[in-house]
Design a protein around this ligand. Sequence first.
Ligand code: PHE
Length: 501
Amino acid sequence: MPELRENEQKTLLALEKLKGRAPVNQIIQISGLAHAAVMRAVLSLTENKLIVTYEQKQTLVSLSEEGNYHATNGLPERRLLNSLAKLGGEAKVNSVVEEAGLEKKFLSVALGWLNRKGWATIKQGTLKSLKEPSLGEEEKLLQLLTKKSALIVEELSPELQKSFSVLKRRKLVEIEEKTLRELELTDDGWTLVKKGITIQEEISQLTPELIRTGNWRNVKLRRFDVTAPGPVSYPGKIHPVQQIIQQVKEIFLEMGFTEIRGDMVETAFWNFDALFQPQDHPARDMVDTFYLSKPNQGKLPEKAVVDAVAKTHENGWITGSRGWEYFWSPEEAKRLVLRTHTTATTIRYLTEHKEPPVKVFSVDRVYRNEKLDYKHLAEFHQIEGIIMDRKVTLRDLMGTLKEFYQKLGLEKVQFWPSYFPYTEPSLQSTVYVPELKTWVELCGMGIFRPEVLAPLGVKHPVLAWGGGLERLILLKLGIEDIRLLYKNDLGWIRRTPVCQR
Ligand code: PHE
């Protein structure tokens, strides 16, 4: 038999005082120990077969807000019946309702129950009472609940239990499940307490004082079982999405990039036109893009830039391209949108920073008029970056992306030819996710076309890429439904570890 600790001794003594069997809360009262201390003692006492524990489910029932209202004012069917009696047992529904002062929202419920309980009939708008019933079981339970505030369903009489089900269906009560734990001394436990337990105080902290005076030799030091389960604690922590945003930002910074941010509301000019997306491009459609209705227009940049963009769209201007061959409308370009991609932010930045080198990134919010499902949100984040320098090439772009992914723990990367109106060549990158055993698309990229750079007066090649952040987060956290990220599901947030692989 291992030596008992102070809390175990106190628990046993309390149990002896309570005649060998008692619920945990009584043990707490008698012993003066905290709940956690008793539960820890229970663990080792059970292991040493000195006590056994019994668990019993308890359903606590109390009045809901509506239940409380009816408990004071009477059930709506009872109120109608009482008023009907006052009106002589037969009357138009309207006048009964008025007499009872019954709220409109309770009317159909009240009529339903009058009929169901066989208290009255209703024919052509006239109520006729059939009996004058005494207090029903449900009403008794309601009364009981106003007096007691909470009752244990398992302890109610069978009749009251039936009424409880009715009240539950009518949403007049709220329930809470609890587990009641009872402890009982075993024969071994009894033998031990009969022999007598003298409580020996234990020291749980070895102080300098105890050491200096040599007193530690005389006291009993509490032994700690470091393998015993402790209470779970949920300290405050950073939301998983924000953690990964931080990680991505750190990676960019490590790689020598500077962070930029831009406005969520942009003119169509920066979101589309400056990026050589024709004004009838399907992405501009209301179906894909949120347009602002108030205000609905923004400012265009200086005239020279606007004219150059206009000409490039119409006939290619000096870029050697034929353009899109339509009449470009400044009005369309002034429209305000919730930016659909952060390329609007990088292109704006580029216009103001034409001297090489430029190496910037953004991790920011974008908006698309999507139907929400497990794969799509209307508001999400994009990772975006550009590099502008004298002699940068497609190889530099692929190398940079590869390094970026590697730092995120994604080793295998592939590049595929792709298409964007603003880059040429354009690529799509896919990464291999070992856990899923599949390749997943992450970023689109390319080198900005002359049709984009010339009107802005940018003279050097610009490598650009961008992609959704949430998809990356799903991969890293191993979840399938994107909506979970923003549901504020406390359980999920708590379970998600702070340290990702
Ligand atoms: N803007 C593109 C998107 O939203 C990504 C992209 C950025 C592609 C930069 C090429 C260059 O998917």
